[in-house]
Design a protein around this ligand. Structure first.
Ligand code: RFL
Ligand code: PHB
Length: 394
């Protein structure tokens, strides 16, 4: 089998790349380890930056998002029992869209298949070869499907296979510089069939730990609690989850959280991770394959979309004009944005969580920072500008 761009992974990065390449007249095939139903049910991110919304429009996969997505004009920061609104629209003139990552994935898979694009689901033992600069033969993605070995020959490989994929670990250790930070807590997340009672997200810094109030639709609420990174879900029956959410989120205004049947419950560890460069010969890493952020800044999927935007434009430049400049500049361009998002995600994380080892001094400094951000227009604008997403330079 032959194609121009071989893509490993059908997450938001791989799927969007395939769609954008197709619209630019460049062929691709996606090799994915899981089945379609699994990808379409995997509950993850929910907040789209305005630039991500525009990319989905450019890719022509926006129809359902425009109908069902929820436009958000601000967020609330809660601390010391009170909510404080950060009004994105008046501060920076932009909004975000709340629309589940799995809905984006469903729309992208449908669009791909409708246009006759190829996604190989349930591929086993996926491996990559000949992507090195020194290789004299074409890059290959090999995999097994239904017991039969296959080889996909391509001009370039896009490693969009997430944090646990095979592309990044295929590289020799000496080829990558890794930057990492782990946090001493995780998030216990639930999805509940309950009507949201606040129109916007609430990020709460509470003495019992951080809590986040989010949503997916007019009937589904998404909620998170700061917990131990290896928290045992067996210790969290539904009643305990709700009781903790009420304590951390409800405030002195009398605002009340609405309960409903819990549809899903999980624990996520929190880490910051960057591996660079993002290009090695004819292999280009994109999305979680190259970087992870703690979810507090809602940046993970948005960064994956930003990488793919740069990669698609660079590939177009190569196929149309025989010009390598975009591909040569890919890693630096992505990493400049990645580090800004890393900084923001780290900052939001240390601003909103309770750190057990924090001294009373550090605790007061954190509360003063929250006070500053919510009482200064410029302080609030800096948060808003980054939360809605920094502009692209081209
Ligand atoms: P993905 O989505 O992990 O997709 C990678 C795909 O590659 C496949 N794969 C392989 N395929 C073939 N061969 C192999 N050997 C393979 N190994 C893996 C996988 O099956 C998968 O289909 O990476 P991608 O495309 O880079 O997308 C990144 C995003 O998924 C991620 O950054 C976000 O979900 C992070 N995130 C959030 N991001 C936001 O922008 N806004 C948010 O509000 C937000 N909230 C979150 C989040 C992530 C969370 N969790 C669970 C980690 C909230 C949570 C709780
Ligand atoms: C979500 O709705 O899943 C969500 C929202 C905001 C975040 C993280 C996750 O910062």
């Amino acid at each position: 089998m032959r194609t121009e761009v071989g893509i490993v992974g059908a997450g938001p990065a791989g799927l969007l790349l395939a769609q954008l390449l197709d619209l630019a007249g460049i062929s691709s095939v996606i090799i994915e380890a899981r089945d379609r139903a699994y990808l379409e049910a995997r509950i993850r991110a929910g907040v789209l930056e305005w630039g991500t919304v525009e990319m989905l429009r450019e890719a022509g996969v926006n129809a359902r998002m425009e109908r069902e997505g929820l436009v958000h004009r601000g967020i609330d920061l809660a601390f010391r029992g009170r909510k404080h609104r950060i009004d994105f629209e008046s501060l920076v003139g932009k909004t975000t869209m709340v629309y589940g990552q799995h809905e984006v994935v469903k729309d992208l898979i449908a669009a791909r298949l409708e246009r006759g694009g190829q996604i190989v689901f349930e591929a086993e033992d996926v491996g990559i070869e000949n992507y090195e600069e020194s290789s004299t033969t074409r890059p290959v993605i090999r995999y097994r499907k239904d017991g039969v070995e296959h080889r996909l020959e391509c001009d370039f490989i896009a490693g969009c296979d997430g944090f646990h994929g095979i592309c990044r670990p295929s590289l020799p250790e000496s080829a990558l510089k890794v930057y990492e930070r782990t946090y001493p807590f995780g998030w216990l997340g639930i999805l509940a069939e309950a009507e949201p009672t606040n129109d916007e997200l609430i990020y709460a810094n509470h003495e019992r730990g951080f809590a986040l109030y989010s949503m997916r639709s007019p009937t589904v609420t998404r909620l998170y609690l700061q917990c131990h990174p290896e928290e045992d879900l067996k210790e969290w029956p539904d009643e305990r989850v709700w009781s903790e959410l009420h304590r951390r989120l409800e405030d002195s205004d009398g605002w009340k959280l609405k309960e409903g049947p819990i549809l899903q419950k999980s624990v996520t560890a929190m880490r910051s991770f960057v591996a660079g460069p993002m290009r090695h010969g004819r292999l280009f890493l994109a999305g979680d394959a190259a970087h992870i952020v703690p979810p507090t800044g809602a940046k993970g999927m948005n960064l994956a979309v930003a990488d793919v935007r740069y990669l698609c434009r660079a590939l177009e430049r190569w196929y149309r004009h025989n010009d390598m400049a975009g591909l040569d500049g890919y890693s630096d361009k992505c990493l400049a944005r990645v580090w800004k998002a890393q900084r923001f995600s780290w900052w939001m994380t240390q601003l909103m969580h309770r750190f057990e080892e924090a001294t009373p001094f550090e605790h007061e400094v954190q509360q003063a920072e929250l006070d500053f951000i919510t009482s200064s227009r410029r302080g609030a604008a800096a948060l808003a500008e980054q939360y809605v997403g920094l502009p692209f330079d081209d």
